[in-house]
Design a binder for this molecule. Structure first.
Ligand code: URA
Length: 243
C-alpha cells in the first residue's frame, strides 16, 4: 500500500495534506524518515510513525451510539438531524448505522464501515436477537403475552417469529416489559404491541446480539467498541471461528 493512502485511511488528513506531511519529514517507516508519499509499505510488517507516534493500521471502525429520541437513523436527511451528525468527529470513512431505529426510539445503535459484519447482523437467516425495553398503554393479559411469544399477525404475509417477553410491571392501564425479537421488520415492536391492543409510549433498544448498550454512555454519546465486543459479534455471525 502507498504511504499516502495508509495515512489517509488512518484519517490523518486529505491526500494532499498527508503528502505535504510526508514531504516535510513528519513520517518515518521502520525509524527512517520517508519523504516520498508514494513509498510502498508492507502494512503487515512495517512500523509507521507520524510525528514520533506509532500508527497501527486500521480501516474498519466500530462504534456504539446511545441514540436519543429526535434524530433519524440515516446518513443524510433534509429535515431532521441524523445519527451520523452525532458521530461527526468519529474516525473511519463511509460509516453507516447497522439497521434502523425510529426517530422516537432510543438506545443501542451500532455504527460501522464493516459492511460484511453489518450485512450478517441484519441477515434474516442469522436470527440475531434484539432486546427492547418497552413502555405501553394497555393491559397485557396472559393470552396476549402468549400471542406475542408465539407469533402475532401484524398485517404482513407471515406471523412474527417467536419472541421472548419479560413483563416488568403492570398497572391498571399500562405496562413495561423487555421484549426480545429475532427479526427486523418495519416498526416491528410498535406493530406487535398494537396487534395485542396496546400502544408503545417509550421504546429503547438494550442489546443487539452479544452487544449491550453501555450503561455509562450518555444519550447522544458514542464510544468505540472494545476488541472483545467486535470479536463476539464476528463469532456470533460466523465471521470468525469461536475460540
Ligand atoms: N421496532 C419499532 O417499532 N421501532 C424501532 O425503532 C425498533 C423496533
Amino acid at each position: 500500500m502507498r504511504l499516502d493512502k495508509f495515512l489517509c485511511d488512518m484519517q490523518l488528513g486529505t491526500r494532499s495534506q498527508v503528502k505535504e506531511a510526508v514531504r516535510k519529514g513528519l513520517v518515518s517507516v521502520n525509524d527512517q524518515t520517508i519523504t516520498s508519499p508514494d513509498f510502498k509499505l508492507d502494512i503487515k510488517n512495517d512500523n509507521v510513525s507520524y510525528e514520533g507516534r506509532q500508527l497501527m493500521y486500521q480501516n474498519l471502525f466500530y462504534y456504539m451510539l446511545h441514540k436519543p429520541a429526535g434524530v433519524v437513523t440515516a446518513t443524510k436527511d433534509q429535515q431532521a438531524p441524523t445519527v451520523m451528525e452525532l458521530l461527526s468527529d468519529a474516525r473511519g470513512k463511509n460509516l453507516a448505522p447497522v439497521g434502523r431505529l425510529d426517530k422516537d426510539t432510543e438506545g443501542l445503535l451500532l455504527v460501522t464501515n464493516d459492511g460484511e459484519l453489518a450485512h450478517r447482523l441484519l441477515s434474516p437467516e442469522k436470527h440475531v436477537e434484539k432486546t427492547y425495553y418497552v413502555e405501553c398503554f394497555g393491559v397485557l393479559t396472559t393470552d396476549k403475552q402468549k400471542l406475542l411469544e408465539n407469533g402475532v399477525d401484524i398485517g404482513d404475509k407471515a406471523l412474527t417469529h417467536p419472541a421472548d417477553v419479560r413483563l416488568l410491571s403492570q398497572c391498571a392501564c399500562s405496562y413495561t416489559m423487555e421484549l426480545t425479537i429475532t427479526e427486523g421488520r418495519f416498526h416491528q415492536v410498535k406493530r406487535m404491541i398494537q396487534a395485542v391492543g396496546g400502544q408503545v409510549i417509550y421504546l429503547k433498544r438494550l442489546s443487539m446480539g452479544t452487544l449491550s448498550l453501555d450503561r455509562g454512555l450518555q444519550k447522544g454519546a458514542y464510544r468505540p467498541l472494545t476488541e472483545k465486543e467486535i470479536l463476539d459479534l464476528k463469532q456470533l455471525t460466523n465471521m470468525v471461528a469461536a475460540r
